[in-house]
Structures are given as structure tokens and as C-alpha cells.
Ligand binder design. Sequence first.
Ligand code: CS2
Length: 488
Amino acid sequence: MVNIQLSNAALARMSTVATLPDYDRSEITPGIVHLGIGAFHRAHQAVFVDDCLRRGEKGWGIVAASMRNSDTRDALAPQDNLYTYCERGGRTETLRVVGSIIEIVVCPEDPQLLIERLCDPRVRIVTLTVTEKGYLADLSARSLLLDHPDIMHDLANDEAPRSIHGVLLSAIKRRRAEGAVPLTLVSCDNLPSNGKVLKALLVQFATLKDADLVAYIADHVSCPCAMVDRIVPATTDADRTNVAARLGVADAWPVVAEPYFRWVIEDRFPHGRPAFEVSGVEFVADVEPYEHMKLRMLNGAHTAIAAIGQITGLATVADVYAEPRVKRFIDRYWLEVEPTLSAGVNGGEYVSGLRERFANPDLQHFAVQIASDASQKVPQRILAPLGELIENGKEHSAVLMALALWVRSCGAKSELGEPMVIRDPAFKEGTPVDQDSLSSDEVITRFLDFTRVFGTNWRESPKFVAALAAAYNTIRTHGALGAIDLID
Ligand code: CS2
């Protein structure tokens, strides 16, 4: 049992098993505000910022914000916001204590403090990982959910914004009045054209709340698109125990990730940025080809694997992917999707990497985690390539099957007869379908009425409706593994 806790003071006494911050943390000043401090940020962007601080770029400390609850702040504040980044793959594990987060604020507790931090003239960049649902938007229509309580609240009130849009608009307005440089906003969420989407939503929000800011945002607030790639499973208690045993100090919330990473960003930072390229971050003129490849190949396959895990009771990606029928199916899936990728990216090379990454047995990446909020992931991951394949008359049985698997994974029970755990509030509100009491055709008809996923076009195609119902029916009849095995 380890009873010393990670902190600045503890660093001096720690063993050399981990790489420790080799810079004076008291000299670091804020340059970035991050919205959405989850494990992903701490295993990706915060590590690259830590690299910059190690190289002496002291002006890029991160003030991180939670947009929802205080869990991360409560865990990390007693440890001076230090935490362990644990890189796991190929039977090796390296530990690194990351010092780049200098403060954590909790928006619902004190939104004005967050706005204060965003208005610090030294801050020039805001990064975001608030997940798909954090944009409070119908993403296919690139339009705000105007009936969402947080949007309604933020449109009507100035004092205590709840949404990213309310918070950002308040900060943009105040910075402009105070003469601070405009912020550069970098969405690091898994959305196609994430920077463009963020900007369009902010402009829409400003049009409704403060029309005076519309032109300013359009002309001065840069929102580069970014593609982020690293698999970061949720931390488990076993991870905490393991990290504490190796470090010799307790860490309330370490993060675990695979060695692979990629961060491709459009280089539009008019007011400066850290020299991330030294750490291997790629700056390009157009992110779209990379983001298409990643969303469609990695995330699409992830969503299919997660659905199979949910249906069959296989717990982790590695468990599901160890099943030869799944490997074959996912290979087929990638083969079908590849023609939808832009020229200039190497889909084949990416796929070879994915085979290894999905098989990584050291990552406990649970299907239920990836399946969460699936209704907000399916459109960009599966429906987008499926639509293009159908339109171009290309083979798409595996992609269609992935969609049917998602539908089946929203049923009440798994194939083991256990209640399905569905963490997808938007889906639950939108489509209360009792699959067991309906025919396959009826289930699909009901699903296709869920327009936030499907829009209105898919249900208009009788051929597609029948094909999806047939794929879904195969899963009902033969089970998930049996159904994917039937694809020739
Ligand atoms: C996953 C992603 O949970 C999910 O939806 O597909 O978090 C995935 O692990 C990352 O995008 C990998 O970069």
C-alpha cells in the first residue's frame, strides 16, 4: 500500500522508473485553455505541450476546464495537477509524469472563472475535446440544437454559461473589448471538418445572441481543423494500482494509452503556437484526407467492433478482434471503405497499423466505452462512407452489416440474455424501440425515423430499407458472429 501521493514535492523523492518533468513548474505561464479535460486530452495534447515545456517553451501551460463535473479536478488538484501518462504496448510500459496542466477549473461551479482564464491576454489557443455531444448540434445539418436546455439557457443569459458556445462567445466578446488578440480555437474531437463545424456553430450562436460579433468571429477567430489519433481506454482501478506500485507514489487518476499517436493540424495560428512539430505533430494545409481516413477506418471499425462486443458479451476490443470471424469481417470492412478515402493518404499502410493496434492485448479498451453515444458517431463513421459507396455502385455489404450491428446492439438484451448497457442519452430519448416485440422490418422503419442519426433521405429508399432490414434479420437469426461470417 503506497501512502505518499503524487505532487510537486513528491517529485524530488520519486524513483527514476518514470520520466519526470525536468522544468521548474512555477515558471510556466498559461498559453492554452483546454475545454473537456478527459483522459484523451491528458494522453494526447497535454503530453505534446509537456514536450514543449521540457524544451523551454514556458509560455504554453494549460488551464484545463471540465464542462460537466468536478471528478478530474478533485482527483488532480491535491497532486498539483500532476498525473502519470502510462504508454502500453508490445508488452512494454513506460511511465511519464506530465506537468503541463497548471490549473483545472470546473465550468458548472464557476463559469466566470473559466471566462476569466479565457480572457487572460497570455492565452492564445483554446483546444477542445468535448466529444460529439458537447457541440450540442445536429452535426449533419451543422446546426445548433436550439431546443437543447443549455443552448436555450445560454441564449437567454449572460452570467453563467453552460455550453461551449456560451462560454466561448462571452470570452470572445470580452477579449475584443479589452484588446486581447483573438483566440485560435482548435477542436480535437472526432468530427469531420471539426474546425469548420465549430466555427459555423459559433457564428450561428452569435447571430442569435450578439449579431455584432458575427463578422469579428468570421474574420478574426481562426478555427483550424485537426485530426487526433490515439487509443485511450478509460482508466481502471487495476491501472491505478499498477502505476502506484511502479511509481512508489499514489496517483488518483493516471491515464493509459497505446504508443501510437498522430495529430495533424491545419497551420492557421495567426497569434502563435508551440513548436509541436518537434514532437512529430504534423501541420498541413488541409486535414480532410487524414480525418476521413481516421474516422472511416479506425472509428468506423471501432464502432462495428464495439457493437459486436455489446451483442456477444465479449468485453474488450482485443477480445472481439481475437475472434477470427471478426478479423475477416473487419478486413472486408476496410476493403470496402478504402475507395472512399481521398487520394494522398495511404489507407493500406494505416490498415496494417490498425490490425496491430486493435489486437494490443495490454489495452483494456471496453466495447461499452466505444459504444457510448454511438448514435452521434454512426453518421460520420458509417453512414457517410456507406452513402458514397451506394451512390457509386460499389460493394458495401460489410459496411451495411456494421450499421445493422449497431441497430441490434441497441436491443434490450445481449445474446447471452444479459441486459444491454447503453450509454447513449440522445438515442434513448429519440428512439424507444422495443426490438423483441417487433419484426425486423418494423425495427428498421422505427430506427430510420430517428432523423438526428439518419436525416430524412435514407428512409426514402425502399431498396436501402429492405437491405438494412435483411442484414439486421440475419443477425437475429444467426447471431452477430454468424451473420458477419455469412458475408462472402
Ligand atoms: C473511439 C475513439 O470511443 C470511441 O468512439 O472510437 O475514442 C478512438 O479510440 C479514438 O478516436 C482513437 O484516436
